[in-house]
Ligand binder design. Structure first.
Ligand code: OAD
Length: 232
């Protein structure tokens, strides 16, 4: 394989699992207590805003008590030391990549620690609850919602992501089940254009067959080992 210059990394809930944040589809996962359609759709928010706001208030509070793990730290090391292009595209809405020290991070499904004003469209950093309908810090309207991409909504910054995939020599998927599109399709976009593809996951994902190589195990072991190899 030619020398690697451009790397795209896709991360999912599995990278934060060992920090104590539930995955979506695993045993004990989030959706066991709340059905997806009860909390993660625009229709749910229209029907029962209190339920949805309470649910996300709880998640927003919980992630602030969690700490980045060795996998986040390893990607932050890669970000610091890699001289070529690197983009960490995360489906996660926690801030553990950033708190772990990574900078080149793109949140395609939004962020718990942002609130989005449906009146003026501003995004504001938000660490507290939304249930009491606080005013938007920018326009003053009590119209804030979680800045989370719900089912049926368009993920963020897709053009940037596809540009990075087109240029990638290496695509690495970490801790994601490959169940949710468009992210689940990135491996095919990258490999169709010639990138090498690697999966690091606890178990085979739904798209496992698309990867040149799958390494199975916990992210806190696999990711530091892979980063060590890559940086030599
Ligand atoms: P999932 O819960 O679907 O998948 C998590 C994956 O991580 C599974 O394949 C697990 O085997 C793996 N895993 C669990 N623990 C791990 C560990 N310690 N080390 C490595 N891998 C581990 O989560 P996602 O694929 O991220 O969307 O889910 C994708 C999207 O579905 C989420 O972003 C969310 C959800 O609907 C939105 O909120 C819009």
């Amino acid at each position: 394989m030619a020398a690697i210059q451009n790397i795209v990394i896709l991360t999912g809930a599995g990278i934060s699992a060992e920090s104590g944040i539930d995955t979506f589809r695993g045993a004990g996962g989030l959706w066991e207590n709340h059905r997806v359609e009860d909390v993660a759709t625009p229709e749910a928010f229209a029907r029962d805003p209190d339920l949805v706001l309470r649910f996300y208030d709880m998640r927003r509070a919980a992630i602030q008590t969690r700490e980045p793990n060795a996998a986040h730290a390893a990607l932050a090391r890669l970000d610091r030391e890699w001289r070529g292009n690197l983009l960490i595209v995360t489906q996660n809405v926690d801030d553990l990549h950033e708190r772990g020290g990574a900078r080149r991070v793109l949140h395609m499904h939004g962020e718990h620690l942002n609130a989005w004003c449906t009146a003026c469209d501003a995004r504001s950093r938000w660490t507290g609850p939304l249930i009491d309908r606080p005013p938007c810090p920018v326009c003053g309207t009590p119209a804030l919602r979680p800045d989370i991409v719900w089912f049926g909504e368009m993920p963020y910054r897709m053009e940037e992501i596809y540009d990075a995939l087109r240029a990638a020599d290496l695509f690495v998927s970490i801790g994601t089940s490959g169940a949710v599109y468009p992210a689940a399709g990135f491996v095919r976009n990258a490999r169709d254009l010639g990138a090498a593809t690697l999966e690091l996951n606890l178990e085979r994902s739904q798209g496992s067959g698309w990867f040149d190589e799958s390494r199975l195990g916990p992210a806190t072991e696999l990711v530091p080992a892979w980063v060590g190899e890559l940086l030599g």
